[in-house]
Design a protein around this ligand. Structure first.
Ligand code: F6P
Length: 368
């Protein structure tokens, strides 16, 4: 790895974009990329709203410097560049309801920006799109994983996950006293898309009695029996964490179509709460945490990983090593082929240490 103040090499310009749903820690990545690039004497152009900024003419970007994108932004939630999780350029949604392939416009946008490489901060879906664009347009690309869902393959951590788990854990901390005061069963629905990482980690950390994951089919009778047993032992309340993509009793995942046409998960918490009330007679209440998990200041852990990733990504550009994603493995920042990550989401493994921990603690995972 080059020294902290890297030697200046032939002038380079990096295009930087955030893509997909926002999360805490994106600005910390941006800060780190700008700082490391400055060490090489390079320029960073921050592209607005992911690939949308590259479709617009003139191309929408801001040149980032250490003043505007310094430590001041390190602690800010969201992304100063803006992002999008709709508008796949290969099937771009048009006003008349049709879709159009606008990938050539995005590729031309990169050329017009006159950058030597692009660093894309994204999740699994974004990487699939960015890699395809890079291959089609001959764009040197490096990826940095971010998503509260923590489902990007080949990395133990994605930027944003730690903060989301912290927020969900805090929600359980806040729900516990009110649950106990009113003898209630509190159902907390958390995000995570098709992966149960947030639900599992926050559920264990926040002392949940039941955790339902998309990866484990549940039986209402088992959940009801667990809650009744708690009551039998003298507990007057219970905490139930439900991941948003847990299928309902028919096997369907509860989804809603948004104005953009995209489907988002949400609503399973109410269904579970009704069933618990029916089977146990308990008074239930539901909290849907939603986008609260994506906001807030990033935790120290997210800031740290974000900056380690940002520095390493710029070093990959310096080394001319493209089509790679930075990753966190065994307490180190490494890099892996992007091709090993795309379309290989990492869901909760049924024999993972956290699943075993939950079972060891006597937490009901819905199956027993
Ligand atoms: O992928 C991140 C995520 O927050 C998921 O956990 C959630 O299902 C989805 O994005 C929500 O997307 P939107 O911001 O479009 O509502």
């Amino acid at each position: 790895m080059p020294a902290a103040t890297a030697k200046s090499s032939p002038a380079r310009t990096i295009g930087l974009l955030t893509s997909g749903g926002d999360c805490a820690g994106l600005n910390a990545v941006i800060r780190a990329v700008v700082a490391r690039a400055a060490g090489y004497g390079w320029t960073v152009r921050g592209i607005h709203q992911g690939t949308l900024g590259l479709m617009r003419r003139p191309v929408e970007f801001t040149t980032l410097d250490r003043h505007g994108a310094g430590t001041r932004i390190l602690r800010l939630g969201g992304t100063i560049l803006g992002t999008t999780n709709t508008g796949n350029p290969f099937a771009f949604p048009m006003a008349d309801g049709s879709t159009r392939d606008r990938s050539a416009e995005v590729i031309e946008g990169v050329r017009l920006m006159d950058v030597d490489a692009v660093i894309g901060i994204g999740g699994d879906g974004s990487f699939a799109i960015l890699r395809r664009l890079a291959q089609q347009g001959g764009i040197p690309l490096v990826g940095i994983p971010k998503t509260i869902d923590n489902d990007v393959g080949a990395t133990e951590r994605s930027v944003g996950y730690d903060t989301a788990v912290m927020v969900a854990t805090e929600a359980l901390d806040r729900l516990t006293p009110t649950a106990a005061s009113h003898d209630r069963v509190m159902v907390l629905e958390v995000m995570g898309r098709d992966a149960g990482h947030i639900a599992l980690a926050a559920g264990i950390a926040g002392g949940a009695d039941v955790i339902l994951l998309p990866e484990i089919p549940y039986h209402m009778e088992a959940i009801a029996a667990h809650i009744k047993a708690l009551r039998h032992r003298g507990r007057n309340f219970a905490l139930v964490v439900v991941a948003e993509a847990v299928p309902d009793r028919t096997g369907e995942r509860v989804r809603r179509q948004q104005a953009s046409g995209a489907f988002t998960y949400g609503g399973i918490g109410e269904i579970i709460a009704h069933a618990i009330a029916d089977l146990t007679g308990a008074e239930t209440r539901v909290t849907v945490l939603g986008h609260v998990q994506r906001g807030s200041q990033p935790t120290w852990n997210d800031r740290l990983i974000a900056q380690a990733f940002g520095v390493h990504a710029v070093d990959l550009v310096a080394a001319g090593r493209f089509d790679r994603m930075v990753a966190w493995q065994n307490r180190r920042v490494v890099d892996v082929p992007l091709g090993d990550v795309v379309d290989r989401p990492q869901t909760v493994e049924l024999d993972s240490p956290l699943v075993l921990t939950a079972r060891g603690l006597g937490i009901c995972l819905g199956d027993s």
